[in-house]
Ligand binder design. Structure first.
Ligand SMILES: O=C(CO)[C@@H](O)[C@H](O)COP(=O)(O)O
Ligand SMILES: [Fe+2]
Length: 222
């Protein structure tokens, strides 16, 4: 079975103590830290920029998985790379020159990911699938934590898994939005290997138990 990584999204953490929050989920068994950056234009919400992430970075050794929900993401790639990003994912819908942006990310020594919204087909990113380290399938419309999983997105995960098999190339398939112990088995069965979970982890008092519940849902026999 594929190794499954859990990436708690700090969007649902307590912003007044982000350092402690990431350290706690690292101790509790998280694999990556998912960092949601929103500009109030590409999505109807605002979060933070590279300076805030730079101040979080010393509090964890886990890879920082930056999800840029911003227009003109190429403008922010250098700052997030400098701030300690391990992976930077940009939205296909936000990039006129998607191939160029993905290579800009790699030139900064960072792994490159591409994200698609629920209404965007896999065909929109087919020409860059050999250029990416990760594809992020949004399983909610981006902008907010705590939304309900959109089941119609599952067929895109399956399509990507089949594409990987057919072409013999590898990249992570990450899912983001509404991931819980109820939906995790569905996305893993479809082919996802990185599970972002915001409210299902940070919304719980016991974060270790919350992550264990998600991991057990995809590893223990049903
Ligand atoms: O990128 C986003 C939202 O746009 C996510 O990363 C959310 O933070 C996921 O939150 P939950 O749906 O897991 O509560
Ligand atoms: Fe995200």
């Amino acid at each position: 079975m594929t190794n499954i990584s859990i990436a708690p999204s700090i969007l649902s953490a307590d912003f007044a103590k982000l350092g402690e929050e990431v350290a706690e989920v690292e101790r509790g068994g998280a694999d990556w830290i998912h960092v949601d950056v929103m500009d109030g234009h590409f999505v109807p919400n605002l979060t933070f920029g590279a300076l805030v992430m730079e101040s979080i970075a010393p509090h964890t050794k886990l890879p920082l998985d930056v999800h840029l929900m911003v227009e003109n993401p190429e403008l922010y790639v250098p700052a997030f790379a400098k701030a300690g990003a391990h992976m930077i994912t940009v939205h296909a819908e936000a990039c006129v020159h998607l191939h160029r942006v993905l290579h800009l990310i790699k030139e900064h020594g960072v792994k490159a990911g591409v994200a698609i919204n629920p209404a965007t087909p896999v065909s929109a990113i087919r020409e860059v699938l050999e250029d990416v380290d990760l594809v992020l399938i949004m399983t909610v419309n981006p902008g907010f934590g705590g939304q309900a999983f959109i089941p119609g997105t599952l067929r895109k995960i399956t399509e990507l898994r089949e594409w990987k098999q057919e072409h013999g190339i590898d990249f992570h398939i990450e899912v983001d939005g509404g991931v819980t112990s109820a939906t995790a088995p569905l996305v893993v069965e479809a082919g996802a290997d990185v599970l972002v979970a915001g409210s299902a982890v940070f919304g719980k008092v016991d974060r270790r138990a919350a992550m264990a519940e998600i991991r057990d849902s995809v590893t223990l026999p049903r």
